[in-house]
Design a protein around this ligand. Structure first.
Ligand SMILES: [Fe+2]
Length: 321
């Protein structure tokens, strides 16, 4: 347990805004030993490879189809970290709370402090991914289903978040992402940046935004290390269920189920009805599908960008989540 608080300089006014605005605040996770090279190598080494995402990408933010999935081959943890430093590689150590007790403790401490700081916040389904990425890596425009927070630790990156009020993302798109019909990477136009809030994220800063806010990231200096945490709240679950209910009710019952209002008795009834329908096979929606990219490269310290294409490339496919 870290005796000192992990959150720094949060004012009550900030905490109030956390769920409603694109929001940057300070923390001190980057000062912990845990994120130095030797600990990263140790964590990478102990981390099950089935939960290690390895990706590469292009440099044009519009061409999201350049996102590729790779494999580590026989590389050691040390070599993988070296590839992240010198190549164009994105390592995602998924579900670190499940695999590393020290991360479980750390993330729970973070959330306990968050809940103590933000009035009314109650989180569940907490999870965290450790992201280690190359100095010029990017993440394409996309949106996430749970609430997510990016705790930045090393290197620098520019983050663009596109306020939901700008209307860039339709309700049908959110529905499509939630039920897995659409990949989380979405079509993007550079002119949308005028509507975005851009922030140069430094170690010791955390950025978050209201659930379903689309965002994209470009690394701007040094190997980047960040902890991405995700959680649900009752309100976040309701929001997801209202979107899923709208889509399912339109498909099953016809009519215009489009309201995304979250207050009052109607959304509660929608959520309840969806839950009941999930239990009746004839009325249940299809279980969500995940978008699975084919493996198209292997990490190789000798190859350009540390990316060596492999022949067995197949078409991307959707698989049950
Ligand atoms: Fe994201």
């Amino acid at each position: 347990m870290n005796c000192q608080p992990l959150l720094q300089n949060w004012t009550p006014a900030q905490a109030e805004r956390m769920n409603t605005a694109i929001f940057v605040a300070q923390h001190r996770l980057h000062q912990l030993e845990l994120f130095r090279d030797e600990h990263l190598v140790e964590t990478l080494d102990r981390h099950p490879r089935r939960d290690l995402g390895i990706n590469t990408m292009g440099s044009d933010p519009v061409r999201h189809t350049d996102w590729q999935e790779g494999r580590a081959g026989n590389l050691t943890a040390e070599q993988l970290l070296a590839a992240a430093k010198q190549g164009r590689v994105w390592l995602n150590l998924r579900r670190v709370m499940d695999h590393h007790p020290e991360y479980c403790e750390l993330v729970n401490q973070l959330y306990e402090e968050l809940e103590a700081t933000c009035p009314g916040l109650a989180t569940y389904n907490r999870s965290a991914n450790l992201l280690i990425s190359s100095p010029e890596a990017i993440v394409y425009y996309h949106l996430d289903c749970p609430v997510n927070m990016l705790w930045h630790l090393r290197g620098s990156k520019r983050v663009w978040a596109y306020p939901l009020e700008a209307g860039l993302v339709s309700d049908e798109t959110i529905e499509g992402v939630l039920c897995g019909e659409k990949s989380e990477e979405l079509e993007f136009r550079p002119e949308w940046d005028e509507l975005a809030i851009a922030h140069d994220l430094q170690p010791g800063e955390m950025i978050t935004w209201p659930q379903h806010t689309p965002h994209r990231v470009v690394n701007t200096g040094g190997v980047n290390v960040s902890l991405s945490t995700e959680h649900m709240t009752r309100q976040a679950a309701r929001r997801n269920n209202v979107f899923l209910a709208n889509r399912h009710f339109r498909a099953v019952l016809g009519g215009e189920f489009r309201s995304t209002e979250l207050q009052g008795w109607r959304p509660g009834l929608k959520e309840f009805t969806l839950r009941v329908m999930r239990r009746i096979p004839a009325l249940a929606p299809q279980p969500p599908q995940g978008f699975k990219y084919p493996i198209s490269f292997e990490v190789d310290l000798e190859a350009p960008n540390c990316v060596r294409p492999v022949a067995e490339s197949r078409e991307p496919k959707f698989v049950p989540m």
